[in-house]
Design a protein around this ligand. Structure first.
Ligand code: URA
Length: 185
């Protein structure tokens, strides 16, 4: 099922980002992942390689995951939009609208226990439209059996290291939540 969805997504021309992309960055990770991380959209390296979070922000994401004993082998990583916005600008609402159906289908297939939004764009799209990342990172919301939380985007942590202690706390809370879900079945 995921394979068919990927094939469809790779052909997508539903928005103008298709014209400037090198690759469609569909998403990566095992289908039985408990946790899905959602960023905003591919950057330059991701566009070239066809994989999410493989550039500098991705290296930091790997470090963040390893702090809580997660890795790419046991989490799924995707983005709100699958094609790179030129010059890494925020994806426009109409680009997000054109793309979000793919992510929704991915989530229906994956059925994760936890969705972690990386940054404001993903949190506003998946948690609530007024989400304030500075104020609301690390909070948890449950909807249709899935727990949602958000943390700072790794690119924001690269720009502003003073946000890292907050993210460390958010990561520990994520680990605790995962442990209690696993203990409770
Ligand atoms: N930033 C994102 O939001 N997603 C990526 O895949 C890479 C950088």
């Amino acid at each position: 099922m995921m394979h068919e969805l990927r094939q469809r997504c790779l052909q997508c021309h539903a928005c103008p980002l298709a014209r400037t992309r090198t690759s469609v960055v569909f998403g990566v990770g095992p289908e039985r992942s408990d946790v899905v991380f959602v960023g905003e959209g591919p950057g330059q390296q991701e566009d070239l390689m066809g994989e999410p979070f493989v550039g500098p922000a991705g290296k930091l994401l790997d470090d963040m995951l390893s702090i809580i004993d997660l890795g790419r082998e046991n989490s799924y990583i995707a983005n709100i939009v699958k094609c790179r916005p030129p010059n890494n600008r925020d994806p426009l609402p109409e680009e997000q609208d054109a793309c979000i159906g793919y992510l929704e289908e991915q989530l229906r297939i994956l059925k994760p226990r936890i969705i972690v939004c990386l940054g404001r764009i993903a949190a506003q799209r998946l948690i609530h439209p007024e989400f304030r990342i500075t104020r609301e990172h690390g909070t948890w919301t449950q909807r249709e059996g899935i727990l949602y939380t958000a943390m700072y985007h790794p690119s924001a942590l690269l720009r502003d290291p003073s946000k890292r202690p907050d993210t460390f706390q958010d990561l520990l809370a994520l680990r605790a939540k995962l442990q209690s879900l696993r203990a409770g079945g």
